[in-house]
Design a protein around this ligand. Structure first.
Ligand code: NAP
Length: 547
């Protein structure tokens, strides 16, 4: 370490000075921190020795560190079920935090930060994280696998310590050094660090931001997008985008970059249909990418600019009396006053409308292969439809080990050649000229009644599931509510600048009909945002009124 004692004239602190500073800071902590070290007595137990030395160094610099050492056969070791040595137990009267290994190398940073969190009895979580932690509904036992040579590990260990300090009633934590505990690391297949488990469910590979960590822990699933919660009951803005699919997300990026204050409201899942598409192979820049991964990239990009209000539904849109009046957008949580609204509401899954379909929905009938496919591994299912979606999803199910048969009402597919070829090559059976007449089963789907459209023959075949992928109906309920004109096919009618018949109300994406590709939706979203920007600077309704 560079120091001033070597005659270099450097102003950097010596190690001794740093320890003194650290000791002074630790002395200012509100509480003493009790550390119980369970260490192997054997002098060759290198990790025990390292842990002992590190902790003793801290005890020497601060009176606020209380160190107690116990031998592996001590009664407390049995009582606390300590099975790995060394184990450090921190502030046992208040928290459930233990650390199997030695706080050396990069992990020294974790120890310092942890001591302050414990000594001030304050998790230091952000307001958003605190809010999420308040809603934690059950206990979580966290395991964070780390290594002293990993520079990313302290961030993840500290996320977990913060959670344990914030909710000692719910969260217990074990930090596990994979070098000191190779067998446990093997058991959890923690071959890279940091790796985090909640109740033995993998919730994070790599270091996460604090909010993503908390969200992953709560949801028992690694999260990649965090959307901050906003309380405001009334918000004034330039543009409200309704819908968080590719069109809405792209419009948000363009509008905000043009200088418009923009809010995006999405009642369900961000990404729209893309989020449930198993694999996307025609979005430029990605030869092959999972739909959800692409959505995560898009959402994180949009979040750089736009405020997203997820999980809230737009229930009413009230245009002003005059075109220049603000438009009032009411959601399930608040009101927006805005100059323009972009309807990027997309489309919903079309239903077959046959007996049994609604009753058995979620009990064998599914509209989402990516969501429900894994439940049908090794089982027999039908995939209904002949378009790109049905074929992509049939291939996905097949590769997942589901016994899938495609059912199509005609004798040739609507899907692109490339996909059709793939389907035939995999040998997925196809029932041509066949329609589903009824889906049968009591608690779950057990069989399906089919009609051959040519011979009119009716057959009943056993099936564990029916996946329906027969296209989409545009989501135009809001458009209808405010009197936006629709086309004969039921899509929003708009001009080449995405203006609807109501000044200030625009559309973009699948709700406008057309090719319904991710790339076209994104294109429509960007066009609409630019048109809105130009119209707000130079309102076309004023020009029209002046003529
Ligand atoms: P789609 O292209 O409209 O195809 C719907 C399929 O379902 C058609 O084969 C249709 O049969 C059939 N169908 C419709 N109503 C039916 C009914 N009542 N009973 C039985 N079958 C019925 O829908 P999609 O496949 O969901 O795709 C929607 C849009 O997204 C399309 O524009 C598509 O190109 C796009 N997309 C693209 C990709 C990609 O590029 N990789 C992937 C997914 C989706 P008919 O053929 O007889 O009309």
């Amino acid at each position: 370490m560079a120091n001033s004692a070597n005659g270099s004239g450097s102003t950097q602190m010596t190690e001794q000075e740093m320890m003194t500073h650290l000791g002074n800071a630790l002395d200012k902590m509100a509480h003493e921190v009790r550390i119980c070290l369970f260490a192997g007595p054997d002098p060759d137990a290198v990790f025990s020795q390292a842990a002992r030395q590190a902790l003793k160094a801290f005890r020497q610099i601060s009176s606020k560190i209380r160190l107690e050492e116990y031998a592996p056969d001590h009664q407390l070791s049995t009582e606390w079920q300590i099975t790995a040595f060394p184990t450090m137990v921190f502030q046992p009267d208040r928290f459930a935090i233990r650390w199997n290994g030695a706080p050396v190398g990069e992990e020294g940073r974790s120890l310092v930060e942890m001591l302050f969190l414990l000594g001030f009895d304050n998790s230091n979580l952000s307001d958003q994280s605190r809010k999420m932690m308040a809603d934690l509904d059950g206990p979580r036992n966290l395991k964070v696998f780390v290594s002293p040579t990993c520079p990313y590990c302290p961030q993840q260990s500290i996320n977990a310590v913060k959670a344990a300090v914030e909710r000692p009633d719910r969260v217990s934590l074990e930090i596990i050094d994979i070098q000191a505990n190779p067998r446990l690391a093997e058991e959890y297949e923690a071959h890279s660090v940091p790796q985090t488990f909640a109740d033995d469910v993998l919730i994070g590979k790599g270091a996460q931001s604090e909010e993503l960590f908390i969200q992953s822990m709560i949801k028992y699933e690694e999260q990649r997008v965090f959307i901050p919660d906003i309380d405001a009951a009334e918000i004034e803005t330039d543009l409200v985008i309704v819908g968080g699919g590719p069109a809405g997300l792209t419009a948000g990026i363009y509008a905000k970059r043009a200088g418009l204050e923009t809010a995006l409201v999405e009642k369900g899942m961000l990404g729209g249909q893309v989020a449930t598409t198993p694999l996307v192979e025609n979005y430029p820049g990605f030869t092959s990418v999972g739909g959800k991964s692409l959505v995560d990239i898009m959402v994180n990009h949009a979040l750089e600019y736009v405020t997203i209000f997820q999980g809230e539904e737009v229930v009413a849109i009230k245009p002003g009396n005059a075109p220049d009046d603000p438009i009032e957008v009411t959601t399930s949580r608040r009101k927006f006053s805005t100059k323009a609204v972009l309807l990027a509401t997309g489309a919903n899954h079309r239903h077959l409308g046959v007996p049994g379909e609604n009753r058995l929905s979620g009990r064998g009938v599914s509209y989402c292969a990516t969501c429900d496919g894994p439940l049908f591994k090794g089982k027999k299912v039908l995939m209904v439809g002949g378009g790109n979606s049905a074929v992509t999803e049939a291939l996905y199910l097949h590769h997942m080990g589901v016994e899938v048969t495609l059912v199509h009402r005609r004798n040739n597919l609507r899907a692109q050649d490339h996909l059709s070829k793939n389907l035939f090559e995999t040998g997925i059976p196809v029932l041509w000229n066949t329609e589903i007449k009824e889906i049968r089963g009591e608690a779950r789907v057990t069989s399906v009644v089919l009609t051959n459209t040519r011979s009119k023959e009716i057959t009943e075949i056993p099936a564990d599931g029916v996946f329906i992928s027969i296209g989409y109906e545009p989501s135009v309920a809001l458009a209808r509510q405010i009197g936006v004109e629709l086309t004969e096919e039921g899509y929003i009618r708009r001009d080449d600048r995405h203006r609807t018949n109501i000044p200030g109300i625009y559309s973009g994406g699948d709700v406008e009909g057309g090719y319904k590709q991710i790339v076209t939706a994104a294109g429509q979203g960007s066009e609409a945002a630019m048109a809105i920007f130009e119209d707000l600077i130079n309102p076309y309704w004023k020009e029209a009124a002046a003529v």
